[in-house]
Design a protein. Sequence first.
Length: 91
Amino acid sequence: MPSIDILHEHSLPHAKARKAVQEVADKLSERFGIQYDWAGDTLNFSRAGVDGKIALAGTNLRVTADLGFLMSAFKGPIESEIRRVLDERFS
């Protein structure tokens, strides 16, 4: 499966970074039916064709996702949108 792996540095305090990740997850759930849950400081998410996680660690976060066959055709646009949202929320 094609994968997305993005490491993004930020300067937010941990609580604000976690809140920002939660807000992103809420929007994804509302717009695309993505299911998610927290395991410590890692938000795991999934829906048909996508399984991934957002892991908070100090001054960075890592977004990883495995894309199914149909979603792999959209890897470029998906990755671009993730980077845009990270820049917007964590800059």
